[in-house]
Every structure is written in structure tokens, then in C-alpha cells.
Design a protein around this ligand. Structure first.
Ligand SMILES: NC(=O)c1ccc[n+]([C@@H]2O[C@H](COP(=O)([O-])OP(=O)(O)OC[C@H]3O[C@@H](n4cnc5c(N)ncnc54)[C@H](O)[C@@H]3O)[C@@H](O)[C@H]2O)c1
Ligand SMILES: O=C(O)[C@H](O)COP(=O)(O)O
Length: 609
């Protein structure tokens, strides 16, 4: 806490207490300037010489993080915007061109889109590392380049549930409207005609509906179609049969579904496997006169093939909400086809769904910017909150062990494989190590590259750098109250800067534990040590003899380097020992040199955290 006294024309006007941005600004002038930057908008007449500052000794200054900026590139419900505005600067710039989006994105921490914004690799490149989260206010994430997001360490979250019913209702609406020529008859009447014979429709009751993709929307469509008296079958290679049976739906093969249905309703995501899955071949297998509804994604249909199937009468009608290109060309044969009913991607467009989606995505994005792992993460493992809080100190331990390990490798690179051993009283199913593996990867890679590593891109980056991280879980007989007893990092086939860190098998080995919530280094090579990992670490190998702790301690003390922890591990009395010293500051070169010159010190290394 800083106590700041402000004066106008040499009179003391007021004292304020501030949290300053960063506690590292020790000298008074800098701090005054810092406060000026913060308050200048309010105190325009203030001159730096009119501010006196004293640091309140009793408490530590805390940092005031700057508000993040969230760019919303498509219309989002007000309730969602309210959630965002409480936390961030919100820039609602709807309808940006791709170039304008790229120009803005490096000033944004998060981006919220619907299906109309293409979040390409170019967007991630233009973000220059600032973009942390992309929120998709809806289900389909085919407009976001997930591979690029992952490579750039950007989390992608979606809002997968709030528009399900809206989409299902739209599917049913399109099916009924198509079957009874509602749109065509409406247009005809509005052009002054009265064509009762032309628009004779077909009934839904008793007809077979094939639901292709029995997920959230597909199953809701199935439920509603049953209520309309239809016979419903479904195809979904990944859906559990009992969920389908529970609502009286049979799961069948793709060919069976398309060849027996009178109506085919599409509800699968657009993926490389489903792209153009409805094509000349598949239309040829359908019953003549079949009717097709698509509220999923335009790309699952080969649209030229659909036009051919409509022209030949194999497909009697189609009702489409989604298109390969959106908006489609005005003269598109498909859109203009008299047997086709179209809507401009309205499946999710109800007031209720849009408010729900907006809140769902706003909460996910705010949570992600706050460092929480989102439950709807698309490109990162989802770790439940309770697991996360239990693992928190081990996450810190994992990263620090990684950082220490890489600094022990001579040359600092050239590592091909790292083995991590988790010792735990819990069974393997009870121990989620993805987060720990990611943090070890972060600790190992960040000091030797300019890549920022997080849970999103850790595995990808390790693979890209040719680093294989293998994991082994060893069950030990300790208390299962704590998730992990110890974490070990083994790096094989590398030379160590500190020979004593290599075990008998020649691997660099470090072991760490969490004690009272604080990460500790507890093993180096074959030596047991115990040093809390709160600052930097000096490792010294020495001949075990009296006075060593005092000797090294006083060299550090002479240059005001504070020792926060010290421990000695030895092979035997008066034999070799390793002294592990935790230091708050980084000693200068001369101080380190003096430590190396202590006669009993055989080797030493400074490791910064
Ligand atoms: N038109 C709209 O406005 C609108 C609104 C909501 C959802 N959608 C789209 O609808 C689709 C479904 O959404 P959802 O929320 O039900 O998603 P979901 O993930 O709950 O369901 C998709 C289902 O498709 C299945 N599937 C995957 N590959 C398949 C394949 N090759 N064949 C058959 N099934 C396959 C999956 O197993 C899953 O059960 C998505 O494409 C989504 O983008 C569109
Ligand atoms: O995938 C979805 O959620 C739907 O296609 C809705 O897309 P929209 O948010 O652009 O309406």
C-alpha cells in the first residue's frame, strides 16, 4: 500500500492510499510517474513535485491488473454483454471485414464470434500472442481454425447447449413448411395468385424420418417428430443406442437410414469426414421423392449434387437453413430452385436462445480470462474445478521442476525425451496428470524458446519440438488425502551442467514434493535435499565438513542475497554432500565466483526460477 499526499499550490489537499500497479517500482520518482499515469485523467493540474509518497510498512503493495479487452464481432444478447462489461472493456464491432478484424485483434485479449466470423490462422498470427480466448456464441466451431488456435495457445470455448431447442424447433418448422409448401404458397399469394391445386402437400404422420446425427439437436428433433406421429430412425456412429431407445428411436447404419427414409434431417457437425457426405452417390441410394432438411452445416451436402437430385426428382424437396458459402450467391441454382425452401441460418435465432447463448459464452470467456479451465473448452482438456484446486500447488511444482531440469542440461537443448514419474497413493484413474504434464512442458520449453506454453498448446508444442514426454504412475503406500506424493523428472541421454544431478543410470533426475501447500525440491540425482521452491536455487556439491553452510551463507550475505531455505543431503558422513540453497535474489557473478572458490566446493550451479 502506498500513502500518497497530493498538494496544490504548496497546500496539502488530500492524502490517498493506493495500490500501485507493480511492487517492483522502488525508486520514488518512478513511483510518482506511475501514479501520475494512473491518476492524470482526474488530477490534471497535478505536478510531479506536488506529490509526496511514503510506503506503508505494514503491508505489501498489491498489483492492480489492467482490464482485459474483449472484441465482440457479431451481435450478442445484452445479458451476455452485461456480464462482459463488469469485467472487461467490451468493443462491439459488428460486421468487420477480415482485414479489419486482423488490424484490431492484437489489442484484444478475447474475441467473441457467431458463425459469421472466420477466425483464420491469419487472425491468430495478427494477434501477436495477445489473444487468449476465442468464444463461439453457439455450437459449430467450423469457422474457427482450431489447429491454429492450439498452436498459438489460444483457448477456444463454445456455448453448446443454449440454442439446441431453437435449432430443433427450426428443423421441425422447416420440415412442416416444406411438406405443405408454406413458403411457395405465401410467395404465390403475395404475387396476387390463388393456386390451391398447385400446392397440395404431403403428410408427416406415418412417414419415416431419418435423423442423421443423434446429438443434442438431432435427439430433440426426433422427440418432436415422434409427437407428430412419424416413425423415427437415426444414424450416429458415436451415439449410445440406449439413449435412442429411451425415446423410441432405432439407431441404424448410414445406408439403411438414407434408403428407407421419406424425410432425412441432418444434424451432424461439419468435419473432414462429414464434408459433402450427401453427394451424387448417396442421393442415388435414397428413396425416390425423399425430402431433405438441413439445419446443421451447408458443407455436409454437395450442393451441386443436390441440385441434380432435385432436377431428376430423386429428391422431391429440400429445406435448408445453412449453406456452404454464407450468404450464398444471389443467383445460386439451389436457392432459386422452386422445390427448395430456405432461411438465412436462423436455427439459433430466437430471443430466448440468443440471450442464453450470450450469457453462456460470456461466462465461459470471463472464466477463461480469469485463468479458470472452461467446461466448454474445445481445444483443451476440461479439468473439473475441484480437481484443479486440489492440483494447484502441484501445478506450480511441475512447472518449477521443469524449469530447474532444463537449466541442468548442458547446452540447454537437444533433449529428445523426458520421463515424468508421479508417485501417488491413488489409483491411476483418480489422478488427472494432463495439467501437470502441460506445466512440466512449459517449464522445460519456455526458458529455451520464445514460445508461450499453456494447457492448450503444450502437447502440440512438445511434439513440434521433437520432445517426447512420457508419464509413469507408481502407486505408493502413503495417504490418499493428497493427490500426489512426489513428482520426478528424468532426462536421459544428455550431459548435465551439474554432474551430481545425474543418477547412476546417467539420467538427470529431480524430485519434488508439496509440503504444506508449498513446492519443495526433495531430490537431485541420487541425493536427497529439501529446499522450498519459492525463489532461486543454488546447488553445491562439496566434501561434507563443518562450516560449509556458514561459509557459503556469509558470501551471499555480503552482497545482501537473502537465503530463504537451506538443506544438505549427503552420501555418508564426511563424504560427498549436496547443499541446496534457496535464495530470494539472483547473486551477481562475483558472488557466484566466490562460492566456486570455496576449497571444499567441487561443483555448483545457480538455477533461476
Ligand atoms: N442452424 C443453426 O442455427 C444451428 C443451431 C445449432 C446447431 N447447429 C448445428 O447442428 C449440428 C448439431 O449440433 P448439436 O448441438 O446437436 O451437436 P452435437 O455435438 O450435440 O451432435 C452432433 C452429433 O453428430 C454426431 N456425428 C458426428 N459425426 C457423424 C457422422 N459422420 N454421421 C452421423 N452423426 C455424426 C455426433 O456423434 C453427435 O452425436 C452442428 O453442426 C451445429 O453446428 C446449427
Ligand atoms: O452452430 C450454431 O450454434 C448455429 O449454427 C448458430 O449459429 P449462429 O450463432 O451464427 O446463429
Amino acid at each position: 500500500m502506498i500513502v500518497c499526499t497530493l498538494r496544490w499550490q504548496k497546500q496539502i489537499k488530500r492524502s490517498y492510499e493506493f495500490d500501485v500497479f507493480a511492487s517492483t517500482y522502488w525508486d520514488k520518482t518512478t513511483r510518482i510517474n506511475r501514479l501520475h499515469q494512473y491518476y492524470f485523467g482526474v488530477l490534471k493540474t497535478l505536478d510531479p513535485s506536488d506529490v509526496s509518497i511514503s510506503r506503508r510498512p505494514a503491508s505489501e503493495p498489491t498489483s492492480v491488473p489492467a482490464k482485459p479487452t474483449i472484441l465482440v464481432s457479431e451481435k450478442l444478447g445484452e445479458a451476455g454483454l452485461d456480464v462482459l462489461r463488469k469485467f472487461a472493456h467490451v468493443d462491439c464491432s459488428y460486421g468487420l471485414s477480415h482485414d479489419d478484424l486482423c488490424a484490431k485483434i492484437s489489442m484484444c485479449d478475447a474475441l467473441i464470434v457467431r458463425s459469421g466470423t472466420k477466425v483464420t490462422r491469419g487472425v491468430f498470427e495478427a494477434a501477436k500472442g495477445r489473444l487468449k480466448v476465442v468464444g463461439r456464441a453457439g455450437v459449430g466451431i467450423d469457422n474457427v481454425d482450431l489447429q491454429a488456435a492450439t498452436e498459438f495457445g489460444c483457448l477456444v470455448v463454445n456455448a453448446p447447449t443454449a440454442n439446441t431447442i431453437a435449432a430443433a424447433e427450426h428443423g421441425i418448422a422447416l420440415m412442416a413448411a416444406m411438406a405443405r409448401n408454406v413458403a411457395q404458397a405465401d410467395a404465390s399469394m403475395k404475387s396476387g395468385k390463388w393456386q390451391r391445386n398447385k400446392y397440395v402437400g404431403v403428410s408427416l404422420v406415418g412417414k419415416t424420418l431419418a435423423v442423421m446425427g443423434f446429438g443434442k439437436v438431432g435427439s430433440e428433433v426426433a422427440r418432436r417428430a415422434k409427437g407428430l406421429g412419424m416413425h423415427v430412425i437415426a444414424h450416429d456412429p458415436y451415439a449410445p443406442a440406449d439413449r435412442a431407445h429411451a425415446i423410441g428411436v432405432d439407431l441404424v447404419s448410414f445406408d439403411k437410414a438414407i434408403s428407407t427414409a421419406d424425410f432425412v434431417s441432418l444434424h451432424m457437425p461439419l468435419t473432414p469426414t462429414t464434408s459433402k457426405i450427401f453427394n451424387d452417390d448417396t442421393f442415388a441410394k435414397m428413396k425416390k421423392g425423399v425430402r431433405i432438411i438441413n439445419v446443421a452445416r451447408g458443407g455436409v451436402i454437395d450442393e451441386d449434387a443436390l441440385v441434380r437430385a432435385l432436377d431428376s426428382g430423386v429428391v422431391a424437396q429440400a429445406a435448408l437453413d445453412v449453406f456452404t458459402e454464407e450468404p450464398p450467391a444471389k443467383d445460386s441454382k439451389l436457392i432459386q430452385h422452386e422445390n427448395v425452401t430456405v432461411t438465412p441460418h436462423l436455427g439459433a435465432s430466437t430471443k430466448e436462445a440468443q440471450e442464453g447463448v450470450a450469457v453462456e459464452i460470456a461466462e465461459a470467456v470471463v472464466g477463461a480470462l480469469n485463468g479458470e479451465l472452461a467446461a466448454t473448452a474445445v481445444n483443451a482438456p476440461m479439468v473439473p474445478a475441484e480437481v484443479l484446486s486440489e492440483l494447484a500447488p502441484y501445478v506450480t511444482l511441475a512447472e518449477k521442476l521443469g524449469r530447474l531440469a532444463i537449466q541442468l542440461v548442458a547446452g540447454g537443448s537437444g533433449i529428445k525425451s523426458v520421463k515424468v514419474v508421479y508417485k501417488s497413493a491413488r489409483g491411476p484413474d483418480d489422478l488427472d496428470t494432463r495439467l501437470l504434464r502441460a506445466m512440466i512442458t512449459k517449464g522445460i520449453i519456455e526458458p529455451i524458446s520464445d514460445t508461450f506454453i499453456n494447457l492448450v498448446n503444450a502437447d502440440f508444442t512438445a511434439k513440434q519440438k521433437g520432445l517426447r514426454i512420457s508419464e509413469e504412475r507408481v502407486t505408493v503406500d502413503t495417504t490418499p488425502d493428497s493427490p500426489i506424493d512426489s513428482v520426478e523428472i528424468h532426462i536421459a541421454n544428455v550431459e548435465s551442467k551439474f554432474a551430481s544431478a545425474s543418477s547412476e543410470s546417467g539420467e538427470i533426475v529431480l524430485e519434488g514434493k508439496v509440503k504444506y501447500g508449498i513446492p519443495h525440491l526433495t531430490g537431485v540425482g541420487s541425493f536427497g535435499v529439501d529446499v522450498s521452491l519459492e525463489g532461486n536455487v543454488i546447488l553445491c556439491r562439496q566434501v561434507d565438513q563443518p562450516g560449509m553452510i556458514g561459509n557459503v551463507g556469509s558470501i551471499l550475505g555480503e552482497t545482501n542475497v537473502n537465503v530463504n531455505f537451506m538443506s544438505v543431503g549427503r552420501t555418508g558422513m564426511r563424504q560427498h554432500a549436496i547443499m541446496a540453497i534457496g535464495v530470494d535474489e539472483e547473486p551477481d557473478k562475483d558472488t557466484l565466483k566466490k562460492i566456486g572458490e570455496v576449497p571444499a566446493v567441487e561443483e555448483f550451479v545457480f538455477l533461476s526460477l
